[in-house]
Design a protein around this ligand. Structure first.
Ligand SMILES: Cc1cc2nc3c(=O)[nH]c(=O)nc-3n(C[C@H](O)[C@H](O)[C@H](O)COP(=O)(O)OP(=O)(O)OC[C@H]3O[C@@H](n4cnc5c(N)ncnc54)[C@H](O)[C@@H]3O)c2cc1C
Length: 456
């Protein structure tokens, strides 16, 4: 059984959480066990509501739902005022419907993954009016990802594309957005890279000797002997960031809902009408529609000719008591701390060929075997998750407006690096639309002008 609970904090705010041991968790909140937790500086806390559900999936879904609710709605739940709860759920939709009936927006954004989140944030900063449509699908890559920003890639640990430009930008922008929302959106957690073979150790050493950026060796071979089994030593990748998407996405969603800027429904492209200089969708009209809908764009008539190469990835959510949470650990796969104490994310794989979105037995077995051989302490697998990355053949994003239909734009193709590319290119797209500044030529979809104009 899993418990979802609400705590009333000393400053009057509410904190919603999920656990499989409620007594222990409440005690941990009360005693300030988690220094990074929202409640730490808001003690004493009081348990004001709880319920229990059978599976982690159901509980996690409800927890996210409640986290996205307004204060009034949470209070209606705490008081068990069901008629008011229903009334409040209705009024959110009707206030948005009212605004739509009254007006015209600058932008309609499809999707509130990490791309749609950043684009709507920058539009807001530019004082543009917009509405986001998102279907609240649970297994999107933005919701499932570990959110790691690793500045090196591949067996040779070479620098990722635009690392020098992206790292300082990301650090500042996620911190700014997190501060605005009152959450920690980004933290630094360097990777301890356990070499799976002598050859990999040699390759890492060579990279260090070549004075490669972001890599170093630590002269404490036995530092992790009590928690991991390893034969070939380890190196460190520094700096590495983790984005707390599990907090950021629902908090931003709630802000949009509270401002009547998000409509929770499936967007149907058959209802989109393109007119001169504007678009309309049902009773919404806007100057432009921007697709931030991940792999769905690969099926859409405007953008299906772009060289998308969707890629399936899986991960396990694992409970590992008392594993030090100040690093990400890597040995073939990444083991990343989640904000829930003792919970870790282990992944991933990269499958280019697949015929469904379901988790596979093969991944689970491989990941479980890896953990059994690597970890000294016991662990228990809580969940097996799977999502499809909106990857592209050239490993570069798709950003800009359609060459034939300037009222239709896209921010997509983030592949394996959505958490670093999305903010950077959302800002470029916003500036491009506002003041006509150029989009990076390797990302600008005008490079596909010919194929985009085919068969529309
Ligand atoms: C297992 C895994 C691990 C990953 N790890 C990392 C990592 O550590 N670091 C990193 O940088 N990246 C990682 N990624 C990649 C990253 O998750 C993606 O690049 C990124 O999330 C893409 O974001 P997006 O907003 O463009 O698309 P999405 O996350 O797909 O968001 C699209 C949104 O549009 C909505 N939508 C789609 N169609 C419709 C419709 N018709 N109507 C209404 N709404 C619609 C969806 O519900 C969704 O909310 C990982 C991906 C996977 C699968």
């Amino acid at each position: 059984m899993y418990a979802i609970y609400i705590l009333l904090c000393s400053d009057g705010s509410y904190y919603t959480g999920l656990t499989n041991d409620l007594d222990r968790r409440v005690w941990q909140h009360e005693t300030g066990h988690f220094v990074d937790c929202y409640t730490y500086k808001r003690r004493p806390v009081q348990l004001v509501w709880q319920t229990r559900l059978e599976t982690f999936e159901e509980a996690s879904k409800l927890e996210k739902q409640i986290k996205g609710w307004t204060r009034k709605k949470k209070e209606a739940l705490i008081k068990n005022d069901i008629p008011l709860l229903k009334e409040l759920s209705k009024s959110k939709i009707s206030s948005l419907t009212l605004r739509q009936a009254q007006g015209h927006f600058d932008y309609l954004i499809i999707g509130q993954g990490i791309s749609g989140t950043w684009l709507s944030y920058y539009f807001q900063k530019e004082k543009k009016s917009f509405v986001v449509i998102d279907d609240n699908k649970q297994n999107t890559p933005s919701r499932l990802a570990a959110g790691i920003i690793n500045p090196v890639t591949g067996r040779r640990h070479v620098e990722v594309w635009m690392a020098d430009q992206l790292l300082p930008f990301i650090w500042k922008e996620y911190n700014d957005l997190g501060n605005e929302l009152g959450i920690t959106a980004i933290s630094q957690k360097n990777i301890i890279d356990f070499f799976p073979s002598a050859q990999m150790r040699l390759s890492f050493q060579q990279r260090v000797e070549e004075k490669g950026s972001f890599v170093s060796l630590i002269n404490e071979e036995n530092k992790f002997r009590e928690i991991f089994n390893y034969e070939f030593g380890f190196g460190e990748i520094d700096p590495v960031y983790t984005i707390h998407a599990e907090k950021l996405l629902p908090t931003w969603r709630k802000a949009l809902l509270d401002n009547s800027q998000l409509l929770e429904e499936e967007f149907k492209i058959s209802e989109l009408k393109i007119q001169t200089g504007k678009i309309s969708y049902k009773n919404i009209s806007a100057n432009k529609v921007i697709f931030c809908d991940g792999v769905a764009s690969a099926e859409n008539n405007f953008f299906k000719n772009l060289p998308f190469a969707p890629n399936k990835g899986e991960a396990l959510i694992v409970e590992i008591p008392d594993l030090p949470r100040d690093h990400i650990y890597k040995k073939g796969m990444m083991l990343t701390p989640l904000s829930e104490n003792d919970m870790w994310w282990l992944g991933s794989n990269y499958a280019w060929e697949f015929d469904n979105e379901n988790p596979t037995k093969e991944f689970r077995e491989n990941a479980e075997t890896l953990l059994k051989n690597w970890l000294i302490s016991p662990f228990s697998i809580q969940q097996h998750i799977c999502g499809i990355r909106p990857a592209t053949l050239e490993r570069r994003p798709f950003v800009g407006t359609h060459p034939q239909f300037p009222a239709v734009g896209i921010l997509n193709g983030m592949g394996t690096k959505g958490f670093s590319l999305a903010p950077f290119f959302a800002k470029q797209l916003t500036d491009h639309l506002s003041i006509g500044s150029p989009i990076h030529p390797e990302a600008d979809i005008s490079r596909f002008a010919r194929i985009l104009s085919r068969n529309i």
